[in-house]
Design a binder for this molecule. Sequence first.
Ligand code: ATP
Ligand code: MG
Length: 561
Amino acid sequence: MSEESNSAGSPSANRHFIRQIIDADVASGRVKKVVTRFPPEPNGYLHIGHAKAICLDFGMAKEYGGECHLRMDDTNPTREDVEYVDSIKQDVHWLGFDWGDGYFHASDYFDKIYEYAVKLIKLGKAYVCHLTADEWKEYRGVPEVPGKPSPYRDRSVEENLELFAKMTRGEFDEGAAVLRAKVDMASPNMHMRDPVIYRVRKVSHHNTGDKWCVYPMYDFAHPLEDAIEGVTHSICTLEFEVHRPFYDWVVETLNPPVKPHQFEFARLNLTYTVMSKRRLLELVQEKRVSGWDDPRMPTICGLRRRGYTPESIRNFCEIIGVTKYNSLTDVALLEHVVRDDLNKTSPRAMAVFDPVKLIVDNYPEGQTEELPAVNNPEDPAAGTRMVPFSREIFIERDDFMEDAPKKFFRLTPGREVRLRWAYVVKCVGCEKDAAGNIVAVHCTYDPETRGGNTPDGRKIKSTIHWVSAAHAKRAEVRLYDRLFTKEDPSDVPEGADWRDNLNPDSLKIVTALVEPSLADAAAGARFQFERVGYFCADPDSKPGAPVFNRTVTLKDLFKLK
Ligand code: ATP
Ligand code: MG
């Protein structure tokens, strides 16, 4: 797939609260250089929600002349999937962002995080605890009722150091001992009730191998990773707001040289879309879609295959803004933004989806002429291409009506229409088969109207698209619709399943007749098929056998049945 060059991160008029915070931090001198990070867990492909976070993390760094790190969050010792890591890098680049030298793994810091844990013990702020899962629940309490201190809470520093060393040597089974921060068992915030910061996991890690059998918990590791990297603004989604007091506690208690701050914003939710990685994985595994890059998926690679441009995704993220309130964004806005972008940038072409033959009775048999067609009326620099015209062409069946009402301005006996970039033709009749189906429309053309102009100034109400019968190529076209039929696919009655809301008609495959210039369209090439919609050549295309994905329909125009 073609990589595009991008220049992302243009300043904007939308002074959302994150911009305001950074403005103030820079003005006060708290921050000299803005450093952010995007910390995906490499357990799936990135989706449009991640794009929002990426545009914010990388976008702010770019806007303020700072840097944004790409940090694989691999604190969980699962096997790293190279496929996911590669896709994440590719998608961030495709969106127009770059991490420079700032590519890291959370596991790069296991040694340092471990030292910080030891420091915490020495400060008397962490202890090894052996409560069982059941006891844990009882001691922890509920938000309205303070918890009880663990019987292991007041061990000496020496004893804790020795027990943590034992944990580290693998002398405790998983679950038999954990290291807990000593914070506040009475806090109404459950995350402050002496959270676990290290646990025993006797599994190897893709990066550190069998070096460790204790691993830090996310809440302890994340502020330290940020501190180690010199992150100034650690931007995350709202569900981490309740974790912030512990984030701050870790930073204050351990007092690293650089003190990061966490800021939360509302995640993106889109209508007719599921965004959880778990569900997206299920769609892939259950073969309800063709893969992570199925053009119906909200993944970045799916949107790319569908024909979305990086610019349109960035514009979308800018338009939706950044707030602290959870909301549901209409997917029609995303479609509107891509339509707007493609209108400006994509060359036009002609493709007929439901063809009926049109014979120009007075056009010389066997003659072909090449007519110049404007590639993009919105972009003079896009130039023109030549399209062949001949006596027999195909038009959309819908563009002809034998007995038309007065308001029908396309082809009907006696009426004139303009063939896009070609001639004005007048309908003189049609042919039908025994069953009464129309098999051909007959017209005469006015040779004075080459290019579609009328030298006598007469008005032609309609312009229709067409392809020359002898020159047209067949193309497979995949007509995509929304993957779900319900605005909120997760909203299901008792006993039902979110999958019940899958749209059975989300993909229709048809054959279209396209102008010959499209026969060898390169994968990723985007077009507006005039009067139909925006389409993108799929990687499944072969020379002479193009495959197109419908990115989005055109507003209010020709409607496919
Ligand atoms: P999931 O819950 O679906 O597994 P996640 O949030 O755990 O997703 P991560 O890989 O941890 O996925 O996400 C990396 C970053 O992207 C995090 O900072 C997270 O807050 C952000 N992010 C994830 N989903 C969204 C979303 N829908 N809108 C905005 N940001 C998001
Ligand atoms: Mg996560």
